[in-house]
Design a protein around this ligand. Structure first.
Ligand SMILES: Cc1cc2nc3c(=O)[nH]c(=O)nc-3n(C[C@H](O)[C@H](O)[C@H](O)COP(=O)(O)OP(=O)(O)OC[C@H]3O[C@@H](n4cnc5c(N)ncnc54)[C@H](O)[C@@H]3O)c2cc1C
Length: 287
């Protein structure tokens, strides 16, 4: 399969990239990061950009930096970077753990956190982690910089609020204050590795056996990763026991956001089972 013809430009910095995105003319410019989603779409002619803007040489989109209270991860950080970076592993172990579950080594060596978020595949792993860790997406464009949550950024499957003239530059995460536990559990599709369901949970542990600020996120199902607010309420500030965890998993079914073509009994059971298993993993660390 061949792509339609296109012009290729390798941007040398972010201003150069923005300049190419905002140039006049009847052209469709597409940003190329890892290329693992974009290039297959181009080969299928589902994407036919006239200009491919390669941003892999743009240093402003790379790296992990610590700021007071925040950790900033460049949009071009690859999954493999997230699994190996000691700062990420220390401050945001959930993100390292999620990145390690993506597909195989070839995909983890090329795919980027920014590419995953901009592609907005409802089955991707990374959005669940970004939502559970309360990440803020930083978008730059001709009118400057704007920040938004994942819910604000992803509108629908494969659709974000990103304008054609904008670039996702980084994702910022608050550094948890006090002891935090987190877990990610996914049922991978046997062929692709994409999650059929992926459950990400973060929680503070004020005292052993109790949780606060619980965030339960379900990904891989429905139109995008979502927070299970009622499930969180059954866990927040409660004394944990196997019975509490079972009840929380039952509540997760009642607020399941499934896609229109879902097999409702099967996918509901998957959610219940994976929420309960994930909570048991977490419970092992806090009981
Ligand atoms: C065999 C295979 C298995 C996979 N399995 C999984 C899996 O198990 N879990 C999972 O989550 N994913 C999986 N993926 C998807 C993979 O994670 C992709 O790499 C990812 O979705 C896109 O990242 P990328 O860096 O390759 O982006 P690209 O393909 O380069 O870009 C994707 C889209 O985002 C845009 N874009 C990229 N970066 C930016 C930016 N900084 N600013 C603005 N727009 C941008 C591009 O223009 C394009 O529209 C798999 C892919 C393959 C090929």
């Amino acid at each position: 399969m061949r792509t339609a013809p296109f012009e290729y430009h390798r941007a040398h910095d972010i201003d150069d990239a923005l300049e190419w995105l905002t140039r006049d003319g009847d052209r469709e410019v597409k940003i190329l990061a890892g290329g693992h989603s974009l290039l297959p779409l181009m080969k299928l002619k589902l994407a036919t950009p006239t200009v491919l803007l390669d941003v892999q040489g743009v240093s402003e989109l790379k790296g992990v930096t610590m700021e007071p209270g925040w950790i900033r991860i460049g949009a071009l950080s690859r999954y493999v970077d997230l699994t190996r970076d000691p700062t990420v592993a220390e401050a945001l172990p959930l993100l390292s753990q999620v990145a390690a579950t993506v597909a195989d080594m070839q995909v983890r060596n090329r795919g980027t956190i920014g590419g995953s978020l901009c592609h907005a595949d409802p089955q991707a792993d990374i959005p669940a982690a970004v939502l559970a860790l309360d990440g803020r997406l930083i978008v730059v464009g001709p009118r400057g910089e704007r920040r938004m949550t994942l819910d604000e950024f992803i509108v629908a499957p494969f659709l974000t609020v990103l304008e054609p003239t904008e670039i996702l530059s980084a994702v910022e995460f608050p550094i948890p204050s006090g002891p935090q536990q987190s877990v990610y559990l996914k049922r991978p599709h046997p062929a692709s590795g994409y999650p059929i369901v992926g459950v990400a949970i973060t929680a503070n542990v004020p005292t052993p056996g109790h949780l606060s600020n619980v965030r339960v996120v379900v990904g891989g199902m429905g139109s995008k990763a979502y927070r299970a607010y009622a499930t969180e309420s059954t866990l927040n500030e409660k004394e944990l026991s196997p019975e509490t965890l079972r009840q929380a998993a039952e509540v997760a079914i009642t607020e399941a956001q499934l896609s229109d073509d879902a097999d409702v009994p099967y996918h509901s059971q998957l959610i219940r089972t994976y929420v309960e298993r994930a909570l048991h993993r977490l419970y092992g660390g806090v009981a």
